[in-house]
Design a protein around this ligand. Structure first.
Ligand SMILES: *Cc1c(COP(=O)(O)O)cnc(C)c1O
Length: 355
């Protein structure tokens, strides 16, 4: 056959930054502390609802996520038209960027922050502008200084993945006062349920007063439904409507909608698990510091340490002992808080490492 030309694609696509996921666990015996997952399996009540839902998978799910929206609306005290569920908060972030930032526009966020932001920004044709962290925290003053006429979206990851640090209420309000009202500020609160510092604002309270603020939440972390892919945005009507316009129809599966509703129903039980993880976070932080590690205060379900060039070697030492942690180049490692037993095993290796 004569050579045929390959399909013509967008010229920039081959150059896009790729999302680098954590590696899969090689077996169930490994302690996976590398992807910020909840170590506890779904509650029996949630599994029972999913079993029933399995009988209906020949039918399309409710494209409006009606029941889930109604229940979230009551739980959060926000109007239903301000709620937009999507395929994980990643899916919602993609739709938000698609709605707000195209070719020639800038999407501003801290760095290091969530690994998906550069890819999602560039895949939409927008330019990612990364403002360095300062002492492992968002430098909101520098971020406000970096706003240009082209800035359409600012993402504040609160608490920040992978450093765990959180922005305080006064800093955030100051940023919002400085940023033009026609720039969308997205508060990515994937770890909100793990926050115990009263100075860290609840994004939902901030959004109520600010038409240019949208909040992202997820069922993946605290609620333990990472594999189902369901999260949501809370945003004022023009933004919420644009989000719906950009979403893939039927994106959130029936299984995900049902499990999310069942999890809201079992919230107090789930939040008890979150409290256990928050207590473990304090213990892991304390023990690491006592062993000579530098660990910033974390408000999420993971801790961060800037090991520099030792990040890889520490990751390998953990792996040899059946524990997966997440290295970020030669910057540092992120360690997800697991069950007390898994944390004990991690702490043993970490203490020996420094000794
Ligand atoms: C895990 C994570 C998400 C992704 O959540 P999904 O709902 O599973 O897509 C979003 N933002 C941050 C900062 C995260 O760490």
């Amino acid at each position: 056959m004569p050579a045929r030309p390959a399909p013509r694609l967008r010229a920039d696509v081959s150059q896009l930054p790729r999302y680098v996921p954590g590696r899969a666990a090689p077996s169930d015996r490994v302690d996976k502390l590398s992807s910020n997952e909840n170590p506890y399996p779904p509650l029996p009540s949630v599994v029972a609802v999913m079993r029933e839902e399995l009988e209906r998978v020949n039918r399309y799910p409710d494209p409006a996520n009606g029941a889930l929206v109604t229940e979230l609306s009551e739980a959060l005290a926000v109007p239903p038209e301000h709620l937009v569920p999507g395929t994980g908060s990643l899916g919602v972030t993609r739709d938000l960027l698609r709605a707000a930032a195209g070719e020639g526009d800038e999407v501003l966020f801290a760095w290091r922050s969530f690994e998906a932001y550069p890819q999602l920004a560039w895949a939409n044709g927008a330019t990612a502008v990364q403002v360095p962290l300062r002492e492992e925290r968002h430098d909101l003053e520098a971020m406000a200084d970096a706003v240009t006429d082209r800035t359409r979206v600012i993402i504040v990851c609160n608490p920040n993945n992978p450093t765990g640090t959180a922005v305080h209420r006064d800093e955030l309000e100051h940023l919002l006062d400085r940023v033009p009202g026609d720039v969308l500020v997205v508060l990515d609160e994937a770890y909100r349920e793990f926050v115990d510092d009263p100075d860290v604002p609840d994004g939902i309270e901030v959004y109520r007063e600010r038409p240019n603020v949208a909040v992202l939440r997820t069922f993946s972390k605290a609620y333990g439904l990472a594999r189902l892919r369901v999260g949501y945005a809370v945003a004022h009507p023009p933004v919420a409507a644009a989000l719906r316009a950009c979403a893939v129809p039927f994106g959130v599966s029936g299984l995900a909608q049902a499990a999310a509703r069942a999890s809201l129903n079992a919230e107090s039980e789930l939040l008890e698990r979150v409290r256990t993880l928050v207590d473990e976070r304090a213990r892991v932080t304390r023990t690491l510091r006592a062993a000579g590690w530098t660990v910033p205060d974390s408000q999420a379900n993971f801790v961060w340490s800037r090991l520099g060039s030792q990040a890889r070697a520490f990751t390998d030492a953990c792996e040899a002992a059946g524990i997966m942690v997440r290295p970020f180049g030669d910057e540092g490692v992120r360690i997800t808080i697991g069950t007390p037993e898994a944390n004990d095993r991690l702490l043993k290796i970490a203490s020996d490492w420094r000794a």
